[in-house]
Structures are given as C-alpha cells and as structure tokens.
Write a protein that binds this ligand. Structure first.
Ligand SMILES: Cc1cc2nc3c(=O)[nH]c(=O)nc-3n(C[C@H](O)[C@H](O)[C@H](O)COP(=O)(O)O)c2cc1C
Length: 187
C-alpha cells in the first residue's frame, strides 16, 4: 500500500523568538520527526499578513483578493496533514498575530485546505491553566466550523519567562510525545 507520509506544520504565533511558544512547537515537531513525519515551521511574526478586509470575495472561488504571505502559508498548509498552532495567552486570549492569521483562514478553509485535517494547540501562559480557556475554546470552535479536529492541546501554566518552561520537564515531554498519542487516538 502506498501510504502518504504525514507532514506536520508548526505555526508560531508569538513575537518572541526562541520563546516558550516556539520551544513547545519545536518539541512537538522534534517528536513528530522522530516518529517519521516530515516537518516544517512558520514564524508568523516574520511574515507579512494583512487583516481580513471582509470583502467576501473568497466566498466566490475561495481565493483571497490580497496577495501577501498568506499565499505561501496556504501552500504550506495544503501540503500538510497536521497543524501545530502555538500562541501564548495575551490578555485572556491568543495574540493579535494569531487572530489576524486565523481571520485570514476563512479563505483558506473555503479552498478546502483545512477540512479533515488534524490540529494540535500549544499555549504557554503566565497564569493558571483556566486563563487559557478562551484561546482553547476559540480554536476548538473554529476547527469545528472548518471540519477539522483538535486532537491535542498542551497548556503550560505558570510559564511567564523562558526559564519557567525549562523547569517544566513534564510539559516538554508531553509536547515531544503528543504526536504519538494524538495520532493513535484518532486513527
Ligand atoms: C502583552 C502580554 C499580555 C499577556 N497577557 C497574559 C494574560 O492575560 N494571562 C497570562 O496568564 N499571561 C499573559 N502573558 C504572559 C505570556 O502568556 C507568557 O509570558 C508566555 O509564556 C509568553 O510566551 P512566549 O515566550 O512564546 O512569548 C502576557 C504577556 C504579554 C507580553
């Protein structure tokens, strides 16, 4: 049987290079690579992604009217089977980068690029885990609308500084092995 290789795309929505979000996304990707998947990573803060202008032209043919870096992200997403969305909590929700990107996913989902795929969410935050509830809930509902599955979520509470995450060996390990658990659960 010619089984298609899994391709996992990490999407980092934090502006802090080498910060907690990127570290957790990297752990998920490292575990996936070890398990034989192809991996790829995008740092959204390095890219040019404009706000959705609500022109609704994507309702006609799924295509966005604007030709910015979403074009190359859509290509990456179409070639991937699992997405790792990573955002810290900023003011009880995800970052503005995450929200701007997710608004633009309306066109992406209308092109059928997300439907039937899996997603893993990683969320570091300074406060307790309950503060991540809006971020997790938002992604759950958005993926539900896009007919995709949130197969795993890794919330890292009390993780304000980079040093805090270094102490959290259990969460780093959970991120490293999440791909095994998530794929096992849904296949
Ligand atoms: C602008 C801003 C707002 C934040 N708001 C919250 C918040 O509402 N609740 C919380 O628990 N942590 C909050 N934090 C802390 C971050 O979630 C935390 O430091 C996280 O680990 C940062 O991830 P990063 O290293 O990927 O940037 C905030 C940090 C910043 C910079």
């Amino acid at each position: 049987m010619n089984e298609k290789k899994e391709r996992i795309l990490g999407i980092v929505d934090s502006p802090r290079k080498g910060g907690n979000t990127e570290t957790l996304v990297d752990e998920v990707l490292a575990g996936a690579k070890e398990a034989g998947a192809e991996i790829s990573k995008i740092i959204l803060n390095d890219l040019n992604i404009g706000y959705c202008q609500a022109c609704n032209s994507c309702a006609n043919n799924g295509k966005c009217r604007y030709d910015d870096d979403m074009t190359k992200i859509n290509k990456e997403m179409s070639e991937s089977t699992i997405f790792v969305f990573g955002t810290p909590v900023y003011y009880w929700g995800p970052t503005g980068i995450f929200k701007t990107f997710h608004d633009r996913l309306l066109a992406t989902s209308r092109q059928g690029i997300i439907k039937g795929k899996k997603a893993i969410l990683v969320v570091p935050l300074g406060g307790p885990a309950s503060v991540a509830r809006h971020t997790v809930g938002m992604l759950e509902d958005a993926l539900n609308y896009q007919i995709a599955d949130l197969v795993a979520q890794i919330v890292s509470p009390s993780t304000m500084e980079i040093e805090d995450l270094k102490q959290k060996k259990d969460i780093l390990k959970q991120a490293y092995k999440v791909r095994y658990d998530a794929v096992k659960k849904t296949t």
